[in-house]
Design a protein around this ligand. Structure first.
Ligand SMILES: NC(=O)c1ccc[n+]([C@@H]2O[C@H](COP(=O)([O-])OP(=O)(O)OC[C@H]3O[C@@H](n4cnc5c(N)ncnc54)[C@H](OP(=O)(O)O)[C@@H]3O)[C@@H](O)[C@H]2O)c1
Length: 273
């Protein structure tokens, strides 16, 4: 596979999950134009095939598709295998995901379980499959599509927010671990973005106030601009990067005091009373 799709002008191959629609299909377009060959993953082979054909015709890049339900372990294993064995891969875009907008009391726990399986388990297994090869080949890039609900879990469904907080936490951990190995891990935290995700989650995007909804093309272009600028966390909507830096500085300030032999004085006082 890798021999067929490599060519001298290529930046290597980017494997993009959830590339049949929305944000993932736009990443496919932008990365092909940047000189990447592509492996596109999603369930809908027909839509994937149409995306692939359009991009091959327009850009001349090699675009392969893998039809896979990432909630199905054998399907997921095929994608993991591709990541482990295709030495042309230089980038993984962990984008496939589903959302929910319902409250706990209105939600079907089996649907929550499926969301965790896709947003957390699949993303984790694909990251674990990709990272060793990237390290062995001297570097690469992992882009993890999180969400602003990762830092604002009160906004939508709490399990959705929880899955995206996981993506953010895993990314931050890997940023530290893989930095010296020349593997960049970018977490992208989009706000509301105009895709079918909302309709599938039961709240069509047209029902949101238009001033909070970003066109998907703009969101991806901003996220790639953040990548080009070397950002590790990119929030396409955030006007002032200093606001995130202040949030991060507050977290850093906690760190020296998060683990001590003795409880904090206020709890000792309560126990003695
Ligand atoms: N839209 C937003 O407002 C927004 C905001 C923040 C973060 N995000 C995140 O952005 C990512 C992309 O979402 P989107 O807005 O582009 O939504 P979308 O248009 O619904 O795209 C989701 C993609 O994931 C794929 N997918 C879904 N279930 C899958 C499964 N079981 N196995 C394999 N692929 C699967 C879908 O393809 P198939 O149906 O063909 O499988 C589709 O290509 C998600 O992680 C989402 O959480 C979106």
């Amino acid at each position: 596979m890798s021999e067929q799709i490599m060519n001298t002008s290529s930046k290597g191959t980017a494997l993009i999950t959830g590339a049949s629609s929305g944000i993932g299909a736009i990443y496919a377009d932008r990365l092909a134009r940047r000189g990447y060959d592509l492996i596109l993953v999603a369930r809908d082979r027909e839509r994937l095939g149409a995306v692939a054909k359009g991009l091959t015709d327009e850009t001349g890049r090699s675009v392969e598709i893998i039809g896979a339900d990432l909630n199905n372990k054998p399907d997921l294993a095929r994608v993991e295998q591709a990541l482990r064995t295709d030495a042309s891969i230089t980038m993984l875009v962990n984008n496939a995901g589903v959302a929910a907008t319902s409250t706990l009391l209105e939600s079907d726990v089996d649907k929550m379980d499926e969301m965790i399986t896709l947003n957390v388990r699949a993303l984790t297994r694909l990251t674990y499959a990709a990272a060793p090869g990237l390290v062995a080949r001297g570097g690469g890039t992992i882009i993890n599509i999180a969400s602003i609900v990762g830092v604002r879990p009160e906004a939508l469904n709490g399990v959705y927010g929880g899955t995206k907080a996981f993506v953010l936490a895993l990314s931050m951990s890997l940023q530290k671990e893989l930095a010296e190995k020349n593997v960049r891990v970018q977490a992208v935290l989009p706000g509301a973005t105009a895709t079918d995700l909302w309709g599938k989650a039961g709240l069509p995007v047209e029902h949101l106030p238009s001033e909070i909804v970003m066109p998907a093309d703009d969101m991806v272009d901003a996220a790639l601009a953040g990548l080009d600028q070397g950002e590790l966390i990119t929030i396409p909507s955030l006007p002032d990067a200093a606001d995130w830096e202040a949030y991060e500085a507050a977290r850093q300030k906690l760190i020296p005091n998060l683990s001590h032999r003795v409880p904090a004085a206020r709890y000792r006082a309560a126990a003695a009373a």
